[in-house]
Write a new protein. Structure first.
Length: 273
């Protein structure tokens, strides 16, 4: 089968659950299978270990055969930073070295065991840095290879969701927020450049409102940014965000998937849609 016609499986890997969708490609694209499993986190182990062990078993099932796999990692597994533009840093290798240095400054020696990636950006713009445990990345590669699957991509949830809307947001500025169970990723972008990024704990609009107020104050800009682009599939659609201009971001409906009744699969689908 041509790689252009192979199905893709989108996976949400989170501490408390694994959600996955199989997306058929070709003449009749659409979601053909959906699955969800709860995960019981292990004590005295990396936060991702229980979910990874369960994912390894899932990959052996017949429903996963002959497909490429795109994994969206919960922000519980990811750390972020903004890498300011530096004209003296020329190559990608130098950029990555600088990003690793900044992670060590922010997070200490634990960052020595992280795999870091930096987002593309235009000249003069800051770049977003995302880092995960190197062991998690290597074990995901091993698990897919052992199952006879091709690992198409591994993306942090913040980037997987933002990438869907990047083109329509290039002329905008505001906070992009990726919400999931117990955690918000808040990233401020202006003039096509990342300005600030933070991970914060909380549930619901009241908690998000409080964190936006705090982060606006922390930045020190006298003019608070009041535009919010929110990707929060499982947050009630009628929920409001006082004092902010709220834009709800949703994946479009397609065969086998509704953004209304299938919200629990939206994060998984964001990696392949």
């Amino acid at each position: 089968m041509s790689p252009l016609w192979r199905d893709r499986i989108g996976v949400e890997l989170a501490p408390h659950r694994i959600a996955w969708v199989r997306l058929a490609r070709g003449l009749q694209p659409g979601v053909v299978i959906k699955g969800m499993e709860n995960v019981a986190p292990q004590t005295n182990a990396p936060v991702w270990q229980a979910a990874l062990a369960q994912l390894q078993q899932l990959m052996q099932s017949q429903e996963w055969k002959n497909a490429d796999v795109a994994i969206v990692l919960s922000n519980h597994f990811v750390r972020y930073d903004c890498l300011p533009w530096n004209a003296a840093v020329k190559s990608e290798e130098e950029q990555l070295a600088l990003a690793r240095h900044r992670l060590l400054q922010v997070y200490g020696t634990m960052a020595q065991t992280w795999a870091a990636r930096i987002s593309p950006a235009k000249k003069g713009a800051a770049r977003l840095v995302a880092a995960i445990d190197e062991a998690l990345l290597e074990m995901l590669k091993l698990a897919t290879a052992e199952a006879g699957l091709k690992l198409y991509s591994v993306q942090p949830y913040l980037m997987a969701s933002f990438n869907h809307y990047a083109k329509q947001l290039t002329q905008s500025e505001g906070w992009f927020v990726a919400a999931e169970s117990g955690r918000f990723a808040l990233a401020l972008f202006r003039s096509g450049s990342w300005q600030h990024v933070q991970l914060r704990r909380g549930i619901g609009m009241a908690a998000l409102h409080e964190w936006l107020e705090r982060e606006n104050l922390a930045i020190g800009d006298p003019t608070f940014c009041r535009e919010v682009f929110l990707f929060a599939p499982e947050l009630a659609k009628e929920a409001l965000l006082p004092d902010y201009q709220l834009h709800r971001m949703e994946l479009p409906a397609r065969h086998g998937y509704s953004p209304i009744t299938d919200v629990q699969y939206s994060i998984a689908l964001s990696g392949v849609a």
